[in-house]
Design a binder for this molecule. Structure first.
Ligand code: PHE
Length: 341
């Protein structure tokens, strides 16, 4: 029995030396120190031994048990230290490495143009007024001199909501009525920027959503000359001191007379190219003198007050400035496009 204990001890210790991981240690513990391990069986069976053998075997068996337990403890400790050492080696930080550059977001190209437009109009004394994107039929059309069934409504393909008479604004012009009703009879100089929506087949030139910047001036002696002078001043600041402009007669139900403003094509300087479709001119906004009916709907007496209004599309202006040939890039969220600005 004593020899068996020696043998067992030697075998256990040799095996323990070769173990390098936690799972191995656990298996070893079960094998040699567990309840049904041979050593345990010997200890449990001590009382069956003869009186002479019992003390010596008992003492030796307990020694072996203590020795195995303490050697195991030492081994566990050693493995823990080794593991720590290894992780310190492997995960060492080189604090002298240059850092990675954080990726910086940037201002969306449409917003860059919007901010430029705001600055120019702010310098000319125009306040920014925000107006709602969900409108009533009345504000989007009726109060702008387009009663129900007016054929001009066809110029604006409309997203209707499930509530009768409630729609997504097709242009920023309904904001004119909101400002006038809020300010009458004070003079007005505001711009109204914001998103507009049209029920359109999207294409390179048309999107179902886009920004507009509306402008409105109402006062006592405002004339068409003021309209032209102000818009010319804007064009010079937006497109350069030497830009040439022209006004073409147009028609909008809410302005009379109405016009569209072109700027000379800055790509070909008026010679004619693909961007200006060989015309030498680029259309950038619609404008006109506020229609008397619209003034009245806003709470201003048209025999006393006059005003001008205009509406421009910042995406279109951005496209012209940067030679972008498809308006759908603006809301496509393609980083390859956005990162160029
Ligand atoms: N609301 C017009 C459009 O969307 C633009 C416009 C605004 C024209 C103000 C004249 C005056 O086409």
């Amino acid at each position: 029995m004593l020899e068996r204990l020696e043998e067992l001890e030697r075998q256990a210790l040799t095996e323990l030396e070769g173990i390098t991981d936690e799972a191995g240690l656990n298996a070893w513990r079960v094998k040699y120190l567990g309840r049904s391990a041979e050593l345990g069986v010997i200890l449990a069976g001590l009382r069956e031994l003869s009186k002479e053998d019992r003390p010596a075997v008992g003492r030796r068996a307990n020694e072996v048990k203590l020795n195995l337990e303490s050697t195991l403890q030492t081994r566990v400790e050693a493995l823990r230290v080794a593991a720590l050492e290894r992780s310190l080696q492997e995960e060492r930080l080189d604090v002298s490495l240059p850092g990675r550059k954080p990726i910086l977001g940037r201002i969306h190209p449409a917003n860059q143009t919007l901010r430029q437009i705001y600055n120019i109009w702010a310098e000319m004394g125009f306040q920014i007024y925000l107006s709602r994107e969900v409108e009533t039929d009345d504000f989007n059309f009726g109060l702008l001199n387009m009663p129900e069934h007016h054929p001009a409504r066809d110029m604006w393909d409309t997203f209707h909501t499930t509530a009768t008479g409630v729609l997504l604004r097709t242009h920023t012009s309904p904001g004119q009525i909101h400002v006038m009703r809020e300010r009458a009879p004070e003079p007005i100089r505001v711009i109204l920027p914001g998103m507009c929506y049209r029920y359109e087949q999207s294409s390179t030139r048309a999107e179902i959503q886009f920004n507009q910047v509306e402008g409105l001036a109402v006062g006592h002696h405002i004339t068409f000359a003021d309209l032209k002078g102000t818009l010319n001043a804007f064009a010079r600041r937006m497109f350069g001191e030497h830009v040439r402009t022209r006004f073409r007669a147009a028609h909008f139900p809410f302005t009379e007379p109405s016009a569209e403003m072109d700027i000379e094509c800055f790509i070909c300087e008026g010679k004619g190219c693909s961007v200006c479709r060989r015309s030498g001119w680029l259309e950038i906004l619609g404008c006109g003198m506020v229609h008397p009916i619209v003034l009245r709907n806003g709470g201003y007496d048209p025999t006393v007050f006059t005003g001008f209004a205009f509406g421009m599309g910042p995406e279109r202006i951005t496209m012209l400035k940067h030679g972008i040939d498809d308006i759908r890039y603006f809301w496509g969220n393609d980083l390859r496009f956005l990162e160029q600005f």
